[in-house]
Design a protein around this ligand. Sequence first.
Ligand code: PLP
Length: 396
Amino acid sequence: MAGIMLQKWLQDQLDGLRSNGLYNEIDPLQGANGPTIRISGRTFVNLSSNNYLGLATDSRLIDAAIAATRQYGAGAGAVRTINGTLELHAELERKLAAFKHTESAIAYQSGFNCNMAAISAVVDGGDAILSDELNHASIIDGCRLSRATIIRYRHSDMDDLRAKAMEARASGKYAKIMVITDGVFSMDGDIAKLPDIAAIADEFELITYVDDAHGSGVLGGGAGTVKHFGLSERIDLQIGTLSKAIGVVGGYVAGSKLLIDWLKVRSRPFLFSTAQPPGPVASCIAAIDILSSSEELQAAMWARADYLKRGLKALGFDIGRSETPITPVMIGDESLTQTFSRELYEAGVYAKGIVFPTVPKGAGRIRNMPTAAHTESMLDEALSAYERIGRKLGVI
Ligand SMILES: *Cc1c(COP(=O)(O)O)cnc(C)c1O
């Protein structure tokens, strides 16, 4: 009767989520995920993607995928260590290293997988990790997988980090100590204080690890948060995703040649999971080529982001501590946040409410992601919905 017990447990769990308003219904999109999307025959201004530069639907990426699929096939065929690596993967890695200003790079199937791979390849049970309390779920899982002692520090609180680094070092308990942070925090859009983190790392001999999923393609002329601060020589591991600004799927770790050689023999998602298919790899190469040759898309993205942010602020909304295109509209109360998001949906604006437990209690917000592909008239439509709903619900 194990089957029935599991079914009952699942039903209870799901009912619990539904009665607390925490069950997420996933909307099927009719057609591409662009600056506007279609759901149930209606068109929405889409402010929920991570498609910063509009590359997910760029014809150059699509053509590259089709050509590579014809030449190399639909799938990679096997794990790279067993059956050799397609030359396309090696080309992507060379281009990523040049793009990130590092000696070397290794590609994985996703950004999530990078954190499953790289953390436990360099630290283990005898080590410690200092981790920002707002780090992404995949960092948290990657840290757990490593079996290292996890020491959380308060979000971007450099005094707290320094005190905890000093204490960990003085304890003499750990062979290696690593500090790990998002480059750009995904729910607030604020940037990690990397110059301070690098200085603390120097003082206490910490390994430095920056997951720049939301910074790559966005900051530092596209190379990311580390380059933005001129720290390319000083950060040991830089993680990036190919699914956000790059617009496709996959992830990578960039760093020294020794690091990448080690990951190729010791990181489990590389050794035990099949590589990205040729089509997406070719699309990623096309995207890196575009970003390496022109800053036009980044300029368009920042212009749209400034436009939306200025518009929201002028209406009287609080956009929190955002320094990047990620633009939260702070609402506070959880149910008011959900009502606001529903009203936006009714008005044809697709922007999701984010509430506890994804963000702290009382810090509900609507998360908006303007992209290079939005037009000002799309953003005007969103701003006028925000104005009307904000007044109606007493938020402004
Ligand atoms: C989105 C994100 C990931 C996951 O990247 P995928 O390529 O979508 O798997 C990992 N880390 C951070 C910080 C992210 O924001």
